[in-house]
Design a protein around this ligand. Structure first.
Ligand code: DX5
Ligand code: ZN
Length: 220
């Protein structure tokens, strides 16, 4: 069980002055995915990076780019994010009027598709999407900033989504994002998550600690 857990470090906590080196370091340290938080200063009150940066850091690793779009609207920018080298594109369904259509565009662009649920988003938003979705991301903080505290009240939601995924028989990643540390990682895993996003907890202590941090988060 433990070695099925994937760790997706959020590069939001990396040193942006040497981002390429940071990405090589987490790749070598055993990261499974690379979590890229894209914020537009509109859907969330913070501003981060866009497709140009993704294109450049694509040269630093072959690992899966797990791109988390916190932008509104979503559709007009999908092609740029796909062309920049995204592997999985996750969006917030509130940010588009027809999430199923958005998923179709992502698939057509050759990427896997993810749906992200804010702490206040009910699981009913997933109705009718299980046949196509590749990843479900449960936010355990209000999106916008790294370094916030894990919201334990989201654990029952993770458990319920795990049951729904198992009923489909499909390989759908259940990813948890926000406030994951050595303590909350095991709670998220027990609730049924198989992918953990971790920014602060991965990059803590600098490059010499990344391998240890990732191993500890994975629980091995
Ligand atoms: C929050 C982002 C997260 C965040 C995780 O809006 O989606 O990916 O950066 O950071 P930590 O692990 O520090 O909570
Ligand atoms: Zn994220």
């Amino acid at each position: 069980m433990a070695n099925q857990i994937k760790i997706s470090p959020s590069i939001l906590s990396a040193d942006f002055s040497c981002l390429g080196n940071e990405i090589e370091a987490i790749d070598n340290a055993g990261a499974d995915y690379i979590h890229v938080d894209v914020m537009d200063g509109h859907y969330v009150p913070n501003l981060t990076i866009g497709p140009e940066v993704i294109k450049d850091i694509r040269k630093s690793t072959n690992k899966t780019f797990d791109v988390h779009l916190m932008i509104e609207p979503v559709n007009p920018l999908l092609e740029s994010f796909a062309k920049a080298g995204s592997d999985i594109i996750t969006f917030h369904p509130e940010a588009e009027s027809n999430p199923k259509k958005t998923m179709g565009i992502i698939k057509k662009l050759g990427c896997k598709t993810g749906i992200s649920l804010n702490p206040s988003t009910p699981i009913e938003v997933l109705d009718g999407l299980f046949d196509e979705v590749d990843l479900i991301l449960v936010m355990t903080v209000v999106p916008g900033f790294g370094g916030q505290s894990f919201m334990e009240d989201q654990l029952p939601k993770i458990e319920n989504i795990r049951k729904m995924i198992d009923l489909t028989g499909r390989q759908i990643d259940l990813e948890v994002d926000g406030g994951i540390n050595f303590e909350t990682a095991s709670k998220a895993i027990s609730a049924g998550a198989n992918v953990l996003v971790a920014g602060t907890a991965t990059f803590k202590g600098g490059p010499s600690q990344y391998e240890k941090n990732i191993k500890t988060l994975r629980g091995v």
